[in-house]
Design a protein around this ligand. Structure first.
Ligand code: ADP
Ligand code: MG
Length: 352
């Protein structure tokens, strides 16, 4: 423009135009984002945190609310059986045999606890056919040609099963903060087991670290009943507790929390949590040994069963976002400075 409009010197202005052309190639601008993201993904993977892409990482940085599953996530998922009762006309061995037969096929932590209890008591466990897990409720199958049902109160009530003893052990276990599991054979409740779990050692500290990051809303979503959920929540200082949720209800609760608080991360151990993990902005699956379905639906997978990795992932994502902003600001500022220098003739091609 200057030579044509102002009759300025052609060779000077042609040179300056070339300097401008070199500088305006957006290499620094283009590279600032992917380099940061790839570094973050690689650093996370080295620590056993697998993040499925840059978009997930970016969303993680804007998380305002974190919802946790209880069993196997906030708690160790290594339950034990503090009490075993048989209803009148039955023996505790019968109850344990039937329950352990079924639970041998279950991938739920409650199932593992019952199987361990049977081994501890030297109960011989018969085979099971037609096993079927009922997500969030229990399991059923055929043991020694009889129909066995193992699960929570809701499951038995759904099948129209009731008894006075059943109600009595339900309230006794609940007041102690235990989770009652009932066993029914051929449509008759024959006994009940209490299972109980303890919070992970790192749980309280991890939640504190999350709060320190400015994430004030922490919720617990569980399929367990309210008394057992309340006991765990109280020991960890979680105020938003939603109990008695079926897997579908957990997804609905996630939608509700998202609408209220904004970007939400759901942390689950996988068993029964797939719908909620898929609904959340960022689904974080703990312990990849958990379940294949959870791995499929999650955006972030933690190779080890470690809660502090959740905080690490959020801190890393924020650091990455800060890095990207700094890179972009720096490259734009540098280009702006060069633009001025190029037009005023201070910059050379070599500098550009
Ligand atoms: P959480 O949200 O605490 O991880 P789940 O949704 O997996 O719990 O299960 C909810 C409830 O369903 C359990 O507390 C238990 O009462 C019952 N349940 C689920 N699976 C089983 C099983 N395999 N055997 C007995 N009860 C079960
Ligand atoms: Mg769970």
């Amino acid at each position: 423009v200057p030579p044509l409009a102002l009759a300025a010197d052609w060779s000077t202005w042609f040179y300056r135009a070339l300097v401008l052309l070199v500088i305006s190639c957006p290499c620094a601008l283009v590279i600032s984002t992917p380099v940061s993201i790839v570094s973050a993904l690689a650093a996370a993977a080295r620590k056993g945190v697998l993040i499925k892409g840059g978009a997930r990482l970016e969303q993680l940085a804007s998380v305002r609310c974190v919802a946790f599953d209880k069993t196997g996530t906030l708690t160790k998922g290594r339950l034990h059986v503090p009490r075993l009762v048989a209803f009148s006309g039955h023996t505790t061995e019968e109850v344990l045999r039937a329950a352990a037969a079924l639970e041998g096929r279950s991938e739920h932590p409650i199932g593992l606890a019952i199987v361990r209890k049977a081994a501890l008591e030297n109960v011989t466990v018969p085979a099971v056919t037609g096993f079927q897990a009922i997500p969030g409720l229990g399991a059923e199958g055929i043991v020694e040609r009889r129909e066995v049902l193992v699960g929570n109160r809701r499951l038995l009530e759904q099948r129209g099963l009731q008894s006075a003893e059943f109600t009595a052990s339900d309230s006794e276990f609940s007041t102690r903060g235990w989770t009652p599991i009932f066993v029914a054979v051929d449509g008759v409740p024959i006994g009940a087991l209490a299972v109980v779990d303890e919070p992970r050692e790192a749980a309280a500290e991890s939640l504190q670290m999350l709060r320190a990051l400015g994430i004030q809303k922490i919720a617990m979503l569980t399929g367990d009943h309210a008394a057992a959920a309340g006991a765990v929540a109280a020991s960890l200082g979680i105020d938003d507790v939603r109990a008695d949720l079926l897997p579908g209800d957990k997804a609905a609760a996630v939608t509700q929390l998202r609408a209220k608080y904004g970007t939400l991360a759901m942390v689950g151990d996988g068993v029964n949590d797939a719908p909620a993990l898929a609904t959340a902005d960022v689904g974080i699956a703990m312990g990849v040994a958990g379940s294949a379905a959870a791995l499929e639906t999650a955006d972030v997978a933690l190779m080890a069963d470690e809660l502090p990795k959740v905080t690490y992932a959020i801190r890393l994502s924020r650091a990455t976002a800060r890095n990207i902003r700094a890179n972009i600001a720096f490259s734009i500022a540098l280009k702006a400075a060069f633009l001025v220098m190029a037009v005023s003739g201070l910059a050379t091609l070599w500098m550009a």
